[in-house]
Write a protein that binds this ligand. Structure first.
Ligand SMILES: *Cc1c(COP(=O)(O)O)cnc(C)c1O
Length: 457
């Protein structure tokens, strides 16, 4: 184990971790579950050789588990040919084959694929395309976006401009462009509860009516705002947004970076409401969670607006590794596996199991809300479920609970005081059951301690 201790020392000495207060990170002495050395199906193995259920799909991207033979093999086969060549001025085999596949499985009408490397860049591209789409048609002032409060679309300046999570985005306010934010229609957090959708749709309709020709697009996370704490939307909201976008002739961008590839119980979240967006962003699960590949898919109509002589209408955007061959090979294998394994047909049983098991927490006085969209789950902890009084955020209760989960051999990651479960869609029933039972126990233990006032983080 001495070698691994050396690795942890190196990490502490040199690595700056994302979304992390490094003072806290560096002061923590317990390194259980910290350094992941290997993965095996739905488990992660740390530097002490301990195994943990990967309860967060390695940050919402893993689909089929780790070390999946079909995906490993596809990458190896591609490795024998070439690892990377550029899409600037050239084409490549895996990126062409993957594009065909994506067009086949995406909502009908999305006909062109623009590759990039992360969810944030996929969104950045969508925003720039939406703007330039207007510009190319002689409407440079049609440039505003509508987004939802508490939405998350990635961490680049463009994607945080349409993002609305205060803790993450507030500091950068002066750097961002102008976006109109409407409420999140999540019933638990909106004063109108289940009627929130009507109110929010009205807000969108009003904004578009009051400033015709100013807006180029509406950006939404379809069905559920993930990073905000799994804020689910009432049924029909997405459909309503689609209808308003059409009515006012603005583009609908659906950010399926988190929801895409079976996470919500269907291949894409849009399918639940038979919605076809004008632009759709994909990331996270696209490669089965193996490699950084993202895609922005658009309709033929949008693509055509960029056609022209010379360079006047060209979309000037690209990244060095756009369409990376190893990544695209992994993505093709992952997409094929979704269908060959019958994954989509197994999801009803799993989402029902999750719902049934977690209903045990309904009476827990510290559980304010349990939100679920397919395999995406948020358990919101509060000081008192009757009054919805939040916990003191400074106590970092969500973090403490996820630390406690390590004792049950579970790795999960909270969003504030929302405990998030994001099992890989392919997780087997036995492992899923262990994950749910362990999480329920940890939360119940917390509640007991909380009321005995013994809970110190
Ligand atoms: C994670 C996420 C992103 C950002 O993806 P990255 O690959 O981390 O840049 C964008 N949109 C949504 C909805 C996400 O959940």
């Amino acid at each position: 184990m001495t070698d691994f201790q050396k690795l942890i020392d190196l990490d502490n000495k040199y690595v700056w971790h994302p979304f992390t207060q490094m003072q806290r990170w560096l002061s923590e002495s317990d390194d259980t579950g910290r350094m992941i050395i290997a993965g095996d199906k739905f488990e992660l193995i740390d530097s002490h050789g301990r195994r943990f259920i990967d309860g967060f799909s390695s940050l919402w991207c893993n689909l089929h588990g780790h070390r999946v033979p079909q995906i490993d093999e596809a990458i190896r086969r591609q490795l024998e040919k070439i690892s990377h060549s550029t899409l600037l001025g050239h084409a490549s085999e895996p990126s062409a084959l993957l594009a065909e596949k994506l067009v086949k499985i995406a909502p009908p009408g999305l006909h062109k694929v623009f590759y990039s490397d992360s969810g944030a860049t996929a969104v950045e591209i969508a925003l720039k395309m939406a703007y330039q789409c207007q510009f190319n048609q002689g409407r440079p002032n049609t440039r505003k976006f509508i987004a939802l409060k508490n939405s998350y679309h990635g961490d680049t300046i463009g994607s945080i401009s349409v993002g609305g999570i205060e803790t993450f985005h507030q500091i950068f306010g002066p750097l961002l462009f102008d976006v109109t934010f409407v409420d999140s229609p999540n019933p638990y957090h909106h004063p109108e509860g289940q009627n929130a959708a009507t109110t929010v749709l009205q807000q969108i309709d009003d904004a578009l009516t009051n400033a015709p020709n100013e807006y180029c697009a509406i950006v939404v996370e379809p069905l559920v705002q993930g990073a905000a704490g799994i804020l689910t939307h009432p049924k029909g909201f997405l459909r309503g947004v689609r209808e308003l976008a059409t009515k006012h002739n603005v583009l609908l961008i659906t950010d399926e970076v988190a929801t895409g590839f079976a996470r919500t119980g269907k291949l894409f979240a849009c399918e639940h409401e038979s919605v076809v967006p004008d632009i759709m962003t994909l990331g996270k699960g696209l490669t089965g969670g193996y490699l950084p590949v993202a895609a922005t898919m658009v309709t033929q109509e949008i693509f055509d607006v960029f056609l022209g002589e010379g360079t006047t209408k060209t979309f000037f955007h690209g990244h060095t590794f756009t369409g990376n061959a190893l990544g695209c090979a992994a993505a093709i294998a992952s997409c094929e596996l979704i269908f060959s394994s019958g994954l989509l047909e197994t999801l009803d049983e799993k989402t029902t199991l999750i719902r049934d098991k977690l209903s045990q927490l309904r009476d827990n006085p510290n559980v304010g809300d349990i939100r679920q969209c397919g395999m995406m789950v948020g358990i919101e902890l509060v000081a008192d479920s009757e009054t919805k009084t939040p916990l003191d955020p400074a106590k970092l209760t969500g973090t403490a609970i996820c630390k406690a989960a390590l004792k049950h051999n579970i790795i999960i990651r909270p969003l504030g005081d929302v405990v998030v479960l994001m099992p890989a869609p392919a997780m087997d029933i036995a492992t899923l059951t262990r994950l749910l039972d362990g999480t329920i126990e940890v939360i119940n233990d917390f509640a007991n301690d909380y009321f005995n006032e013994q809970f110190t983080h």
